[in-house]
Design a protein around this ligand. Structure first.
Ligand code: NQM
Length: 347
């Protein structure tokens, strides 16, 4: 039985297996097969692998030194199906991104840079660059700290993530349909991509309050919306893709800017993705976008707090008209296990 070096990390509100690209087969089909066997997919319980039986815990990050002068490391995100033997690189993950800088230091790809280390990460899924800054006192990553992330028990060290070039990074434009609003299946939507393709709709337009904890009855309507939106957004047939996501918005009720329920793409997210939240917040800032009139905006410069089923996620987005000046977010991550994973031997 051949094992592969692997580190398990929590990144934000997700959990995944982190690998050095050099430790995996270079052939993508061979690599994907190995990852599915390591995760235990396809199986709803992923009982024969290290996956956590949920899309948020069935993820892989593949990290390598970057050949790009604008970055220190390259990060490829792969979403592994739980019940299906699928591996998709069609979306990015801002949660696993939080662990990439620490992982790069742990594996010696980037030297620790004093009390805090800054790592520039080229996100291969979308071609954009993120900068991660995190504590490395005494030359080692310090995961402990006082920063809380909704959806994660306890506190951990703060990781600052700044994004550049995320606008339209999957679809080619911030408003991929060329319009602020579209009508799909009789529902007004705003399609947006500031790092994650998302279809934003008012919960009330789908007969929901937007505060529910179970919206599984909307599955078919969400699927129809996103299939049509995928075409309009230039993504083609998205029936087997995890993008676009769909976010239902409602007025905030917990002191935030907006309340959200997000489908990834059909199961409801227990919170909301990082770039998903950045994209939704960006849409809300645009005059005429769905949700703009439901939002209660904070004073300029203050973070925008996106309410979700398990708390709130604060994002900073600065727009110049419809051009993005800046997007950033605070996350935490933690090394959970470092060792060797043994993928099952049968396909
Ligand atoms: O939007 C889940 C997550 C994500 C993706 C998803 C993410 C992001 O919560 O950047 O982090 O949308 O499938 O990890």
């Amino acid at each position: 039985m051949t094992g592969v070096r692997c580190m398990l990390m929590r990144g934000g509100t997700s959990k995944g297996a982190y690998f050095l690209a050099a430790d995996l087969p270079s052939d993508p089909a061979e690599r994907d097969g190995l990852l599915l066997r390591a995760m235990g997919s396809p199986d709803p319980r992923q009982i024969d692998g290290i996956g956590g039986a949920h899309p948020l815990t069935s993820k892989a990050a593949i990290v390598a030194p970057s050949a790009d002068a604008a970055a220190d490391v390259d990060y490829l995100f792969l979403q592994l199906g739980v019940e299906e033997p699928t591996v998709s690189d069609r979306q990015n993950c801002g949660n696993l991104l939080a662990g990439v800088g620490p992982f790069a230091v742990e594996r010696g790809l980037v030297p620790a840079g004093g009390d805090r280390t800054v790592v520039r990460i080229r996100m291969l899924n979308t071609g954009s660059v993120a900068t991660a800054a995190f504590p490395t006192p005494g030359g080692a990553v310090d995961y402990d700290g006082g920063t809380a992330v909704s959806g994660v028990p306890g506190t951990a060290a703060r990781i600052d993530l700044d994004f550049a070039g995320t606008e339209g990074s999957t679809c080619g434009a911030l408003l991929p349909t060329g319009r602020v609003r579209d009508v799909i299946d009789g529902v007004e939507v705003t399609c947006v991509d500031n790092g994650m393709p998302v279809v934003v709709a008012a919960a009330s337009d789908l007969g929901a309050t937007g505060y529910e904890t179970d919206l599984s009855h909307l599955r078919d309507r969400v699927q129809s919306l996103r299939l049509r939106a995928g075409g309009l957004m230039g993504l083609g047939d998205v029936s087997a893709a995890s993008v676009p996501k769909t976010t239902l918005v409602a007025p905030p009720r917990d002191g935030g800017m907006i309340c959200t329920r997000t489908f990834i793409p059909l199961r409801m997210h227990t919170s909301i993705g990082v770039l998903g939240a950045v994209s939704v917040a960006t849409a809300l800032l645009i005059d005429g976008a769905v949700g703009h009139d439901l939002a209660e905006f904070p004073p300029p410069g203050a973070p925008m707090s996106v309410e979700h089923p398990t708390g709130r996620l604060d994002v900073v987005v600065e727009l110049d008209g419809t051009a993005v000046r800046r997007s950033s977010i605070v996350r935490t991550a933690r090394k959970l296990f470092d060792g060797t994973v043994f993928p099952r031997s049968w396909p």
